[in-house]
Design a protein around this ligand. Sequence first.
Ligand code: BMA
Length: 828
Amino acid sequence: MKKLNKKRQSLNSGWYYLNEENNEWQKATVPGFIHLDLLNNEEIQDPFFGKNELDLKWIEEKNWIYKLYFTPEDVIFNHENILIRFDGVDTYADIFINGKKILTTNNMFHPWFAEIKSYLRSSENELIVKFRSPINEVRSKMRSLNYELPAENDQAGNTSPHTRKAPYHYGWDWGPSFVSSGIWKDVTLLGYSGWYVENISIVNSDLYNGNAELLVEVNIFSNVEELIQIIISEPKTKTKEIFEIEIRKGNNALQQKILMIKPELWWPRGHGEQPLYNFTIKIESKTNIYEQVKRLGIRKVLINREADERGESFAIYVNNTPIFAKGANWIPGDSFTTRMTGKDYECLLDTAAKANMNMLRVWGGGIYEPDHFYELCDEIGIMVWQDFMFACSMYPADDKFLKSVDKEARYQVNRLKSYACIMLWCGNNEIASGWISWGWKEKLPDSVWKDYDILFHHLLPSICHELDPGRLYWPSSPGHSLILPKEDQIYGRGDNHYWGVWHGGDSFEAFEENVGRFMSEYGMQSLPSLNTIMTFANKEDLHIDSEVMNAHQKASLGTGNLIKYIEDHYTMNGNFESTVILSQIMQAQAIKSAVESHRRNMPFCMGTLYWQFNDCWPAISWSSIDYEGNWKALHYLAKRFFDSTLISLIEKDEMIDIYLVNDIKKEYSAQLFTRLYRFDGTLIFEKKMDIDVKSYSSDIILSVNKNELIGQDDPSEVFMKCDLLSNNKIISSNNYFFIKAKDLKIPKAKFEFDNKKINEKYLITIKAYSFIYQLHISAKNAKGIFSDNYFEMLPNEVVTIEFNPTELSDVKNGQIFYEIHTIYELMN
Ligand code: BMA
């Protein structure tokens, strides 16, 4: 009888770690990090609380030892070969089995294997992982160089560029510095005889006449020479291919093209469905049999870069259709990602989908995300811009470093290339900009730029072209060409990071003047919700410049810059909770103006990803959802401004231009209602227009002269309201105020509200008796999402909002307590 080729035994449980301080072995969790083990064993306090981060620097200076005793299962031990596989070791460790060294690790981003049959006992075995401090490890190398590689976010002695470890572990301008060590992915024992399969990928490179051409690649490691048969099948499209191949001793890379007849196509969300096909790949030889199922979305991807009179386009085409990319930049969801569950990923990605996003950029200062992340993106149609993990630093390019990066990149490209969601590979975040514009080239020898050239213009592109020729390799974000750049970002070519607002102190209007072909970063800070602040602060810390609040603000310009932007638009009343909400309203308005400028400029601009989607700890940052998963005002607004149809208003030379943007293939008739109201509710202007909504369009559908419109009225007491309706349903709605919120004569908010649970739905009905600017509703004892939030109401208007709870643990007798704030009391 044929044996199933490979048997696995998890070695995740039963680990201990040694704290040299107290010389006692303690229970450890694998996958995990030393900080989490110390926390679980109450050897340290919560690293996120108060200013605790600063007291934990000693952990990264120490060496840590992990130990496991295990007995191999008979089915494994009886195999001819036994491998131990560490899916991830962070970072510098020597690994021993029964006293014999089997591995020395130096890169957290690829797995480590060792053949251990000759060292293994059928009875108990001792596995030891000795971590060396990632900081001390590189100090001597750093001393031997006569320059220091820049690493401006690094709070651990600028050691990070020398280590293939998540850059953000060393600290970032939104995250703490915890340079942890740990066995951060699964440990497995694998028994095999003859050969084993290292990797299988299926890449859909092209479509011809509705048929898909697929490239199947199978990587087999073999200790024998024998004939194997590979059977690839997919029942729905009746795809079946069988081929035979003689494998040799060592690594075997097998490639086979197959054709899939008339598959249904995968689309980014908003543009169509996300059908996924299950391919079974069965590999058989005389003695062995192996089977794996791979899920695949079929689509054709092209990043269209075509010269035109304004430069060169940068537009994603999926299935020959232009896709306007809408979304944000994704950072790791925790400083210690091993405690993120599958459910956490599902909630985060669902949150992106709920805000009508269709793209996330996996930013280069974090980690290559686990398969579950990309599987979910395939399922829900979120496109991924995938950076390699290099950010805001110059990196070495000695042989050892390049070899390590080579292994990492090959592993990651092979692992990820079957996912439909990945649109492109990008070499790094902002390093070319750093060299050219941040004063680095003036300080550092030219050899550092040569190293950059080797890494990002030779090594990584050659790996991408070899392993995944169908996808674009884009050297750096922002970037304007494939060759080593001589100048920093160009508006008109490639992708742009616009930081004039926030870092440069520009006002929101500047977003309109800085629109590129693909806006991959721009942002504005805000505070997280009060509930989130209470997870790290005590009542006495609730001051905007308390030491604890400052410990959770990592940006160089600090909270002062945030206050400057709030005060530019709103009047602060000194109350801490008001500041929290005002900061979020300000952030939301900033990003709304940016995204609307980008969308109005379609098709010149074909993508907008704000900085940043999420947080890795509870902090003041640029995120739109905080560490606890609470939606900030920005996330509620994103749902509106990322909707496929958008009404957007912009003032230019006394004219108010009303744009209608539609970024999908859909034509329909609609009516535009343009109205001017006084705050007391009087309608002073109204115009109704019939409109044909066109596919993929951004047009001015109405221009009105501001002065004629306002006439004798006071601009501080009126606002414009535009509603686009189709079949009596509001498709898009936008309000326009002629002057800043702090200069408006907003009346005292008068309203009442009532909440009921009807058919399992939590409904809140609000009746306004005055004009209400920016109504904000929150639940005091529950977590969840409101069907709408941060909106305006006219006197006598009634709205019903639904609350979708995600956590009800503090709710007694089904009673949820809501609180409503409005700009009036936040500013008075
Ligand atoms: C961009 C990012 C990050 C940073 C953010 C805010 O440059 O790439 O490095 O966190 O700005 O400063």
